[in-house]
Design a protein around this ligand. Sequence first.
Ligand code: SF4
Ligand code: MSK
Length: 655
Amino acid sequence: MSEERRQRSVDPATLEMLARASAEGINTVFDRAEKMKPCPIGAEGSCCKNCAMGPCRVPAPRGKEETTEEKKARVGLCGATAETIAARNFCRMIAAGSAAHSDHGRRIVEAFRIMAEGKAKDFTVRDEQKLLKLALDMGVEIGSRSNQEIALDIAHRCEAEFGKQEGELLFIKNAPLKRQEIWRKLGVVPRGIDREVVELMHRTHMGVDQDYRNIMRQGVRAALADGWGGSMIATELQDCLFGTPSPVLSEINLGVLREDMVNIIIHGHEPTLAEMLAEVSAEEEITAYARSKGAKGVNLAGMCCTANEVLMRHGVPIAGNFLQQELAIITGAVEAMVVDVQCIMQGLQEVAGCFHTRLITTDSRAKITGAMHIPFDEQKARECAIAIVKTAIDNFPNRRGGVHIPQAKQPVVAGFSHETINYLLGGLFRASYRPLNDNIINGRIRGVAGVVGCNNARTPHDSAHVTLIKELIKNDVLVLSTGCGAMAAAKAGLMVPEAAKEFCGGGLAEVCEAVGIPPVLHMGACVDNSRILIAATAMVKDGGLGDDISELPAAGAAPEWMSEKAIAIGQYFVASGVFTVFGATWPTLGSREFTEYLFRDMEEMYGARWAFEPDPVKAARLMIEHIDRRRKALGIDKARERILYDMAMRRQLEG
Ligand code: SF4
Ligand code: MSK
């Protein structure tokens, strides 16, 4: 076995299924990653294919300094410089990522409106408190109006956010005042969500914007339209519609699949259908139908961010994260994999063909050649969900090739929405972030880190997430996590309160034990990174840690990113004042000037910058150094020294 192969994953269930795939001769993303090397010119952002005179390749010279003459000659046919090309490529990633999150948000707004109009009878307002708070924030009249009437006005206002041409996005005012001023001064406040994405696509078209700083300004605007627009709208309305998450205990990893039950995996991002499947699959009539086919019932499990959504709200177990999607099918135990949008590999259909598994697409925006298509319609949500579940049940007797389910699974406590953290820390009547801020000020908690993002088949699965997070919590940094990163942490046993004692530094362990929370808080799916923005804002508003997000002892990371959405998220984190470190690969290294703009110059403008560090321990050190610098600037570094002394004493006592 090659060195590369031994390091495919740190997750035992994944390794077990990879061994089965290999024995059965089934190709997975892991095999393809070994066979196909990434194009080095594309990887560093030095290839432009924005017109038919290209593709033009302008790679940076390797292993030697470039002369001025060489640099001048390094341009595309139209004369576009390496800086322009790298900036265009980077910003097109932002545009695509923002479009993906925001189109998810748009779809939720549509479902919300249809519900409010009384046309989606299977849905209702589950969190009235949040609905009313949103109404107040958006200036929607409450009075004696019904939830439906209020919801309809909210839906219309949210819909308008997408097509707005002028002014400012409504949720911008959720940010600290100082941050809003920075954005206004720099001219990056988004006007309307769609407008910013379209304008970014226009400006990166051949022969338009050819000043990387100016291109990037629009890149920031589109990213902010995602974080404080499309994504935030998605999270807020999903909470109103399906309930705001609160702590829930469940399980994670391929071991949650059941040999004696019909296994349905829900995979993708938008929770509307998944909500209905969660409801329907537990019904007695469905269980009876499953029994009639020889199964004990229906076992629903999640994959990728849909998994995070239904875990947070219903405790539905998670089968795995991004790189485990094919492996779930290779257990031979999956009757149906039901997908909607984003992060769904086309390779699934090939793998499904080796077993009895039905790959079912449900969204008109995302079909897969060869897969079955059952369109989901919010107005007939229950009907659609029943049709899907029955298709899966009918498939149970067709199992072939043997079932092999790994035993590996871990308990996970999820459901840490901003509202829940507020409540857990402060209590029902004095809900606040004050205790968190106090523990940061007194040094028990050194700082806060958002560790988010995907898996990437170019790096060992889950390894960087787990190493980075362990390094942070060992150094008393509380971690907030979303997406596939959160799942990596959960599979490593870091999302249970007991993890505090085993993995954390003394100060963080003490706080987690007192409050009864894990040291890594699961905050949801990738659209829910907006929850981290709101949590950071709440910390600023509670006082004692400066006037802006950039002053907080906080940092962000995506150590195994792969999606364009991750670049959009990273950019709105940076533009919101969060120092952000990415691992795996970095897509602008072909232009030193543009890379320095992101890694250095942004700090002056936004109080935060990007960094790239593929070694997760070094990445954690960068984050901790940043946190310590912010502590010093706030004048709270002394408190931390005192706590270190206490820890030494504690060790002495324990010894
Ligand atoms: Fe080449 Fe310029 Fe066309 Fe890009 S826009 S492909 S650099 S000619
Ligand atoms: S699912 S975007 S691989 S986090 Fe949101 Fe995971 Fe990244 Fe997809």
